[in-house]
Write a protein that binds this ligand. Structure first.
Ligand code: IDP
Ligand code: MG
Length: 138
């Protein structure tokens, strides 16, 4: 059964000119685009989106980084979307990401790691609706 995941192309990848290549890898990887938008997060929005990480030592740095420039937010559909997308992007730390993964190809550090990928079906649904109304998902 098809289901969804949510991704962001983070400010580093956008600024470094990787947007097109990342979207291409996503489509070649078998994901269908259900929604997509280009925007810059406010501090309040980034803090809310990453609320589950509020207690982690890197929270303030993560928020500062995520508001440092525009991002691309997207909802993706595929069978086994959450797990398959995390395989496509690779480990959080690009130094540990498998060869050929999006983070291995386009990320430079554990904080500026090119892309976000949801970690569960429940969080994917919440993250998708954080950015998109049901009328914006096709
Ligand atoms: P994930 O993005 O692979 O799911 P999470 O553990 O959910 O990784 O962390 C969310 C984001 O926080 C990461 O993508 C990365 O940008 C940042 N982050 C995670 N761990 C660290 C760290 O140890 N130092 C700095 N930033 C980190
Ligand atoms: Mg995560």
């Amino acid at each position: 059964m098809s289901n969804i995941t949510f991704t962001m192309i983070k400010p580093d990848a956008v600024a470094n000119g990787h947007t097109g290549n990342v979207i291409n890898d996503i489509i070649v990887g078998g994901f269908k685009l259900k929604a997509m938008k280009y925007l810059q997060l406010s501090k309040k929005q980034a803090e809310a989106f990453y609320g589950i990480h509020r207690e982690r030592p890197f929270f303030n740095d993560l928020v500062s980084f995520m508001i440092s420039g525009p991002i691309v937010a997207a909802v993706l559909e595929k069978e086994n979307a959450v797990a398959d997308f995390r395989t496509l992007i690779g480990a959080t730390n690009p130094a540990e990401a498998a060869e050929g993964t999006i983070r291995a190809k386009y990320a430079k550090s554990i904080d500026a790691n090119a892309v976000h990928g949801s970690d569960s079906d429940e969080n994917a649904a919440g993250e998708a609706s954080f950015f998109f109304s049901s009328f914006e998902m096709y």
